[in-house]
Design a protein around this ligand. Structure first.
Ligand code: PEP
Ligand code: MG
Length: 579
């Protein structure tokens, strides 16, 4: 089976299957006299669920586990206080005389439909938080003992439809050697936790719970997303070799942590980290990040009913700036909009939100909200090396308007005698094709560029980045993509401004090789990719990389480019790349 690898590592282990309660729920019509006690049974199960979650929080606090885990369980406790979930269930029990399980399942269905209408991946994944809570309540209604993942005794590969962050937080490294889920994506809380706990994981497998049974032997490759259930002897043998190779590769990679990212012929490449939540900083530093090249600030706006205040913005950026000091941190202003907003902002439904009122467009339309964030960033700039970057810029006017608001905000702070870094740099994300084509013009008015290849590919190849049906067209080596990026790099260099790549391509060694050859001196990526890319940087010659790019640009298809780059890599650096 193939899913989405969200936390790397190769593991061979026995399956521990976590079953789902909600699916097995049966309908039962109550007698009028039973409704009262049914409500009591339901509220009792809700209280029990709260107790269990509080117990987990206490356990995690005692063990000194990360704040983010506790935060997520707190969020689950909040769901248990949710009016819609609890009151609507009680209403159904009383009015429709449904048994509590069925009433709860019915309310969940309504909530699920509401979430499904949202096109946004992030919020879709958040709906799973509610499902986990419903599962827990149903379990408590049945009076069964909650089979806790913390109780697993043998080293196991946990297989579940989805895992709640509360379950994931209880995983003990060593006992849970990997986990697999039917649903989920790279940005789900569970995936974020897997990475922070360094437990290999594959999500989005669709029907792994149907295919795997308790005790099955399972191979998990958390990097490629490959999962093999009950492999043959020969496959097992292959993966045993891969596993030990991976283990020594992983160990070897750590040697690179404190070494400079410098090519064999002495070109220094700065490797920065991408982050969404503060908890990632430790891991980024541990993997040798030389700064934060992309702080996706929209995560501050999610999972809440109101907008973050200036103080909250400031506190978040000060925290990151201080932790990373003296390294630089690039804060990207809010990149959200269309139907990505839940409650804090009511924005009209859009047919095509990726091209709708999002990112800088939304900020320019709502200057009040934009200024609150800019004030937070500016005030935090007094505490460390911060830079600001605008997402989705499509033309000069937009950049000028954003910069004008930024300048007015600085003026305002000056009047209020609030300190900030007057030389704070302002950058532009190059992720819309129109911006890439006028990179020469934008370069005159920006301090730096950061190329967002995720969206740049989406818009220039016209493929929805979250639609699996067109995923085959997502070709980073497409000649158009290479030409567009090359043009942006050339324009930045001609104008003497710095340029980096912060899309997922930056973390792939073969793509990184192309970027180095194009003349890029800074790349930004997730923690795991940092050491892999540093290893590549230290294994290649800049002069070779330049030649590879020159030839690669002469090909007509992505396949040809890919074949050529791979063959060159094997010819020149077989050892370094493949061990
Ligand atoms: C990108 O588009 O490449 C990027 C880095 O931003 P995001 O993935 O947050 O859209
Ligand atoms: Mg983007």
């Amino acid at each position: 089976m193939r899913g989405i690898g969200v936390s790397s590592g190769i593991v061979i282990g026995k399956a521990y299957v976590v079953d789902r309660r909600t699916d097995a729920v049966q309908f039962c019509h109550l007698d009028p006299s039973q409704a009262h006690s049914e409500v009591k049974r339901f509220t009792g199960a809700v209280s029990e669920s709260k107790k269990q979650l509080r117990r987990i929080t206490r356990m995690l606090t005692k063990e000194g586990r990360g704040k983010e885990h506790i935060g997520i369980i707190d969020a689950h406790l909040m769901i248990l206080k949710d009016q819609m979930l609890i009151n609507d269930t009680i209403k159904l029990i009383k009015q429709e005389r449904m048994n509590a399980e069925w009433a709860l399942k019915t309310v969940l269905k309504g909530i699920r439909e509401l979430f499904d209408k949202m096109d946004d991946r992030y919020f879709k994944e958040r709906s799973s938080d509610i499902e986990h809570i419903v599962d827990r309540i149903i379990m408590n209604l049945s009076g069964e003992e909650h089979a806790s993942i913390a109780d697993i005794e043998e080293p196991s590969v946990v297989v579940a439809h989805d895992l709640s962050p509360a379950d994931t937080a209880q995983m003990v490294k060593g006992k849970v050697v990997a986990f697999l889920t039917d649903i989920g994506g790279k940005t789900s809380h569970t995936a974020i936790m897997a990475r922070s706990l360094e437990i290999p994981a594959v999500v989005g497998l669709e029907n792994v719970t149907r295919n795997a049974e308790a005790g099955d032997t399972i191979i998990v490759d958390g990097m490629t997303g490959a999962v093999i259930i009950n492999p043959s002897e020969s496959v097992l043998h292959v993966y045993e070799r891969r596993r030990s190779k991976y283990a020594s590769y992983d160990k070897e990679l750590h040697h690179y942590r404190n070494l400079p990212a410098e090519t064999l012929d002495g070109r220094r490449i700065r490797l920065m980290g991408n982050m969404e939540i503060a908890e990632e900083i430790t891991s980024l530093l541990d993997h040798g990040a030389e700064g934060i090249g992309l702080y996706r600030s929209e995560f501050l706006y999610m999972n809440r009913k109101d907008l973050p205040t200036e103080e909250e913005h400031m506190a978040s950026y000060v925290h990151v700036a201080k932790q990373m000091s003296p390294r630089p941190v690039v804060v990207r202003t809010l990149d959200i909009g269309g139907d990505k907003f839940l409650s804090p902002m009511e924005v009209a439904d859009e047919i095509n939100p990726a091209m709708g009122l999002r990112a800088i467009r939304l900020c320019l339309k709502r200057p009040d909200m934009f200024i609150t964030q800019l004030r937070g960033i500016l005030r935090a700039s007094a505490y460390g090396k911060l830079k600001v970057m605008f997402p989705m810029i499509s033309g000069i006017d937009e950049l000028r308007r954003a910069k004008a608001i930024f300048e007015e905000t600085k003026e305002e702070l000056r009047r209020e005698n609030k300190p900030f870094d007057p030389d704070i740099e302002v950058g532009v994300m190059i992720e819309v094709p129109s911006a890439a084509f006028i990179a020469d013009l934008l370069a005159k008015e920006a301090d730096f560029f950061s190329i967002g290849t995720n969206d740049l590919l989406q818009y220039s190849l016209a493929i929805d980045r979250v639609n699996e049906h067109v995923a085959y067209l997502y070709e980073p080596f497409h000649p158009a993509v290479l030409r567009i990026i090359k043009n942006v790099v050339d324009c930045a260099k001609q104008r003497g401004i710095s340029v980096s790549v912060c899309g997922e391509m930056a973390g792939e060694p073969e793509h990184a090789l192309m970027f180095i050859g194009m003349g890029l001196e800074q790349l930004s990526m997730n923690a795991f990719s940092l050491l892999r890319v540093k290893r590549l940087v230290r294994s290649v010659r800049y002069e070779d990389a330049k030649d590879i790019v020159t030839t690669a640009l002469t090909f007509s298809t992505a396949r040809e480019v890919e074949n050529y780059v791979s063959s060159k890599v094997i010819e020149l650096y077989r050892e370094e790349f493949y061990g």
